[in-house]
Design a protein around this ligand. Structure first.
Ligand code: ADP
Length: 393
């Protein structure tokens, strides 16, 4: 029997899973991938096992209907294998959890209390723990937190200018996308091969968007905050907003907390600006002026945040683009990079069009990169490490 590790990355509209071989107590080869997307009556299920891929349309009207469908195909792929651990992406670890941890009933209950801080993510992450725990009771369930990577930040980077008691009760800038930043940080020395990397900004530009300033590979500042609404404009999330706007909308428009949550999470960002869609690829190919304006606004905010994070770092050696937009859109990378010449960054248009990884000119003082992120590989690595620690005690 081959020992394996499963990774689960669960959201409201998609479930992603990966099956990894466990070799010498480490996560090894990726054996299979499963992606259930567009959860609804005609959900899309993609299964890749080895070099064979299969696509099916399945009926999964909501995420409770989607889980059994996903678990069934994973169970088939597990034939002849022993599942030892499941690594779950859990968006919020709050003030108490940073390092990956084996989920007990007590920890599961504590994580549930963080749901109001990440209403779009935490319930789905916890459902994954419940479903996988019930299906594979002998496997360890391991939570890996997106907030964990940022707990290294100095207190001033984590504070809001509120009375101290709020910080003490956990109202602070947590930051997110930590698994992605950790993966990119783990790749920097091999990919950047001798280029200075003491002061680096990683731009995770996907449906969710954030940036992280790293000094010597450690997070010192990030754009997201208490929740994953803060910082840069995203697909449908607003990013930074004057808190006075929220007071205005409550007082003058009579909006409730639920109305505000819907507006800020679902109707804002690129979708709100364009009035069309939050999908960058669709905006880039649209001729509509509002689509162009939305992309320009996105680029402008990215440039401003890079300036702010470079100030937090006291200088800059490199900028790394990653995630759906950062890896796949030479045009957005070029528009952002063209505003960074004052920092000493010179884009190489040809290398950028080819996709990198290095996309700056040889004479560029600040180097520019496009590096593919892999949050699943990070989950597998953490799950294998937790399993090794547990079995050695
Ligand atoms: P998530 O994993 O958070 O759902 P992704 O990292 O997959 O998000 O990023 C999704 C975003 O990447 C979408 O806005 C999508 O349009 C954009 N994207 C993907 N491919 C391209 C491309 N070739 N050009 C421009 N944008 C792209």
């Amino acid at each position: 029997m081959t020992d394996v590790i499963l990774t689960l990355n669960a959201g409201s509209s998609s479930l992603k899973a990966g099956l990894y071989a466990l070799e010498n107590q480490r996560a090894g080869e990726l054996l299979a991938r499963f992606h259930l997307s567009a959860i609804g009556p005609d959900a899309a299920l993609a299964i890749t096992i080895g070099d064979k891929s299969e696509h099916r349309i399945v009926d999964a009207k909501d995420s409770d209907a989607a889980w059994p469908v996903l678990l069934e195909v994973i169970t088939s792929a597990l034939a002849g294998k022993t599942l030892r651990a499941v690594g779950h992406r859990v968006v919020h670890g709050g003030a108490d959890y940073a390092a990956p941890i084996i989920v007990s009933e007590t920890i599961r209950a504590q994580l549930e209390t963080l749901t109001p801080l990440a209403p779009l993510h935490e319930p789905y992450n916890l459902a994954g723990i419940d479903y996988a725990g019930a299906r594979w009771p002998d496997a360890l369930q391991i939570a890996c937190f997106d907030t964990g990577f940022h707990r290294s930040q100095p207190a001033k980077a984590q504070r809001f200018a509120l009375p101290h008691r709020y910080f003490d009760q956990g109202v602070l800038r947590y930051g997110f996308h930590g698994l992605s930043y950790e993966f990119i940080a783990s790749q920097m020395s091999s990919v950047m091969d001798g280029h200075p990397a003491e002061r680096v900004i990683i731009a995770h530009l996907g449906s969710g968007v954030s940036m992280c300033a790293l000094r010597d590979g450690v997070s010192v500042a990030t754009t997201m905050g208490f929740t994953a609404l803060a910082g840069l404009p995203m697909s449908t999330r607003c990013g930074d907003i004057d808190p006075g706007v929220l007071l205005y909308l409550q007082e003058v428009e009579g909006m409730s907390a639920a109305d505000l949550a819907h507006l800020l999470h679902k109707e804002s960002g690129l979708k709100g600006l364009s009035g069309m869609t939050g999908d960058m690829r669709a905006l880039e190919t649209s001729e509509k002026p509002r689509a162009k304006e939305a992309v320009e606004y996105f680029v402008y905010r990215c440039q401003r945040e890079i300036g702010s994070l470079a100030a937090a770092l006291g200088g800059l050696d490199a900028v790394i683009f990653t995630a759906g937009i950062g890896e796949n859109s030479p045009s957005v990378r070029a528009q952002i990079a063209n505003g960074l010449e004052w920092l000493g960054a010179k884009l190489d248009p040809e290398r950028n069009a080819e996709g990198g990884p290095k996309i700056s000119q040889p004479t560029s003082r600040v180097t520019l990169w496009s590096i593919r992120t892999d949050e699943e590989a990070m989950l597998a690595k953490h799950a294998a490490n937790c399993l090794a620690r547990e079995t050695s005690t």
